[in-house]
Design a protein around this ligand. Sequence first.
Ligand code: NDP
Ligand code: GDR
Length: 356
Amino acid sequence: MSKDAKVALITGVTGQDGAYLAQLLLDKGYIVHGIKRRSSSFNTGRIENIYQDPHETNARFFLHYGDMTDATNLIRIVQETKPDEIYNLAAQSHVQVSFETPEYTANADGIGTLRLLEAIRILGLDKTTRFYQASTSELYGLVQEVPQRETTPFYPRSPYAAAKLYAYWIVVNYREAYGMHASNGILFNHESPLRGETFVTRKITRAAAAIKLGRQERLYLGNLDAKRDWGHAREYVRGMWLMLQQDQPDDYVLATGETTPVRTFVEWAFADIGIDLEWKGRGVEEKGIDAATGQVLVEVDPRYFRPTEVDLLIGDPTKAHEKLGWHHETGVRELAREMVQEDLRVMQSDVVAKGV
Ligand code: NDP
Ligand code: GDR
C-alpha cells in the first residue's frame, strides 16, 4: 500500500451510492473508511464484494459503527481516520417516509451534516479535509424554472427536502465562514440494480421480474404522472469525486437533462419482460393491462400519494460538463433494461438456489 494513498471517509457506505463510491475510490488506490449503522439484520449486502478482513496486511477498506445522530461518535471516527476527503452520503433518503418520520429525518439529514462539519472544525482539519455533501434535486420541489440549474430557487416540498435544504446552506456557510473545501452535489435521481427496493424504479423493475417469473400478480403504485430525470448511480459517484478534486469548492448539478414520467418507466419495464401494457381509466381508477391477455397488472393505490408532490424534475448539467468534464453515459431507457435484467437474473438464481 502506498504511503501517499489518500484517505476517504464515506458516511452511508452501505447505501446505493456508498457502495459505488467505495468501489471507485478503492480502484483509485484510496484507503476507504465507511460508517455503517448497527442493525439487527444484515445491512452490508451492497458492499459484500469489496469487504476486506481488517486483519489482512494490505486491507484498504474499513468499516466503523456510527450514526449521523451521534456527535461524539462522528468526532471519534473523524479523529481516528483523519480523512483527506469526507463524502456525506448518509441520510434517511426516502421522501415519503420523511412525512412519517420528519423529526428523525431533520436530525439525521440536516443536523447530522452540521455534526460532521463541526467534527472537522473541532479537530482542526478544516483547512485539510475536503467535504462532499449529498444534496438533491428535491430542493427544487415546486417548479420555479425548468430545466433546474445551480441558480434555480429552492422550494422544498417534504420534510426530507427541508432537512436537505438546511444541510445545503450549512455547507455553503462553513465554506464561506471557515474557508472549508466543502461542495454540494445537487444530484438528480440516479438508479441502478443496487437501488433501494422501495424507490419507484426498483419497485417497478423488481415487480416486472417477479410477474415474469409468476411470483407476483400485480404492481401497486402512486402518482404515475410524476416526471424524473433518471441517470445511472455508477456515473454520478464519479461526479462526486471530481468535485473534491477541484482547486476550489463549489456547487454542481448532476443530471441527464432528460425527463420521463413514471408511467413510461413502467411501460419500458414490462416491455423488457415481453408484455405490451395498455392504460385504461384515469386518476385512481387508472390500470395497466396486459394487451395480450387483458389481465390487470398495474393499479394505482392512493396510499403511495404524497401530501405534497414534486411534479417535474429536469436538470441542466452544463456547469458540471464545463467545469468538471463530467457527462452521463447511460440513458434512462438503457438503465431500465439493465435493472430489469439484473432483477430477473437475481430472482432466477434465487429460484434455483432454493429449488422452488
Ligand atoms: P440509500 O438510502 O441507498 O443509502 C443511505 C445510506 O445512509 C445507507 O447506508 C443508510 O444506512 C445510511 N443511513 C441512514 N440513516 C443513517 C444514520 N442516521 N446514520 C448513519 N447512516 C445512516 O441512499 P442513496 O445511496 O440513494 O443516496 C445517498 C445520498 O444521496 C443520500 O443522502 C440521499 O439523500 C442523497 N441523494 C440521493 C439521490 C438518488 O437519486 N439516489 C439523489 C440526490 C441525493 P442503512 O443501510 O443502515 O440503512
Ligand atoms: P424521489 O424518488 O421521491 O424522487 O426521491 P422515488 O423513487 O421514491 O419517487 C419518484 C416518483 O415516483 C412517484 N411514485 C412512487 N414512488 C415510490 N417510492 N413508490 C411508489 O409506489 C410510487 N408511485 C409513484 C413518487 O410520488 C415520485 O414522484 C429520490 C430519493 O433517492 C431521494 O433521496 C433523492 O434526493 C431524490 O430521489 C433526488
